[in-house]
Design a protein around this ligand. Sequence first.
Ligand code: PHE
Length: 437
Amino acid sequence: MVSDADNNSFSSAIIFILASVGSAVGLGNFWRYPYLFGMNGGGSFLFAYLVSVLIIGIPLLVLEISVGRNLRMPLIELYEKKCAKYKFLSYIPFFVEFILFSVYLVIMGWTLSYFVSTATGNFNTFDNFILTYDGVIYALISLLLTAIPIYFGVKKGIEFVSKWMVPLLFIITAVLVMYSFTLPGFDKALEFYTMVDMNKLMSLNHWIIAMSQAIFSLSVGYGLLITYAIYNNQKESILRDALIISVLDCLIAILAGIFIFTVVFTFGYDVGQGPALAFIVLVSIFEVMEFGQIIGTLFFLCLFLAALTSAISLFEYLLSNLKSKFNISRGNLVIILSIIIGLFSIPSALSYSPLKLELVGMLFLDAMDFYIVTLLAPLCVFSVVYIIYFVNKDVLIAEIDVGESKFKVAKYVYVWLKYAIPFIVLILVANIVLQYL
Ligand code: PHE
C-alpha cells in the first residue's frame, strides 16, 4: 500500500499551486459564478467579486497556507492541541464540508452524465434526466473516481491528477473562449462585463453575495488549504502562492463567463436564469449550435474535471482530519469514508429523480445546500479566522515572511486578519440571522 512517508508530500512548489488551483477551480467557477454574475448585473458583480477576493480571499489563503506549512496539523488536530476549550469550532467546517461533498458529488454526477450524453449526441435534457435514477448512479461513479486518487495518496494520487488535469482544464477553457470569438454575441458578453451599476454597488446584499462566492470559489474558510499546505515542504513566498492561486481562479471564472454569456447572447436567451443556466439553457443551445456537439462535450468535460479536482480536495480534507484522530490506515479510511459519503449522497441524488425526495418542504439536495452549506459558511470562516487568536503571533508572522525579501507585509496581513476579517464575518453572520432566521 501507499503509506510510505515519501508519498506524503507534493514534489514541488508548482504542484502545491496546481493542487490548490484544482481545489479552487470547480463548479463554483463554471456553474455558480456565471449564473450569479448573470443575475447580479455583469460588471458590478465582477467588481465586487474582485474586491472581495482581495480583502478576504487572499488574506484567508495566506492564513491557511502559513498555518498548515508551519504547524503541520489539520484543523481539528490544531484545535485539539492548541485550543482544546473551543475544539467544537473545528467540527463545524468538518461537518459542513462533509455535507458539501455529498451535494458536490451529485452535481459532479450531472456533469459526467451530460458529458456522456453530449459526446454520444443524445443531448439529454434536465427534464428527461430527472425522470430516471441515473443521478444516483452518476453520483456514485463520481465518488469512485474521486476515491481512487485519494487511495493512492498525496504524491501518487492527488499530485498525479493535479499535474495533468488542471493544465488540461485551462487548455479546454482557452479553446472554448477562442470558439466564442467567432460568435456574434462575443462583443455583447464583453460589454456585459463592463456594465457597472452604481446602485448595485451601494447595496450591502450585493457585496455579501460577492464575498460569499469569493470564499466558496477559493475553497477558503474551511481549513482545506491547511491540509494541502501540510504537504508543501517548499519554503517559498506564501503571498506569491496565494496571489497565483486567486488570479488563476478568477481568470477561469471570468473566461467561463465569457464563453457562457457569448453563447447565451448569441442565441438570444436571458443570462439571468439562475442555476438552470448550465444544465438547461446551454444544453438546448448546444443541440442546435454549429459544432455544438464538440463544444458541448468540451464544456461538460471541463465542468467535470473542475469538479473532480475540487472533490479530491474535499475528500482529502475529510480524510486528513480523521486520520489525525484515528489510527486507521489511509486505504481503510478511504473505504470507510467512501461508504459513509456514498450513502449520504444518495438522498441528495434522489431529490432530482422521480422520487423528488424532500426534507422540510424542500428538495433534499437544496435543503442541504441551503441549511448547511450556505447558512453555516460564515461560521466556518470564523472557526478558521479564530486560529489567529491562539497561535503564536511571531511564528505566524515569520512564516508569512519566509521568502519575502522585498514585501514584508506579514505584520499588516496579521492585523487585517485579526481585526478586519472578524468584522466582515460578523456582517455575514448578521445578514444570515436577519435574512433567514
Ligand atoms: N472552490 C470550489 C468551487 O469553486 C468549491 C469548494 C469549496 C471546494 C470548498 C472545496 C472546499 O467549486
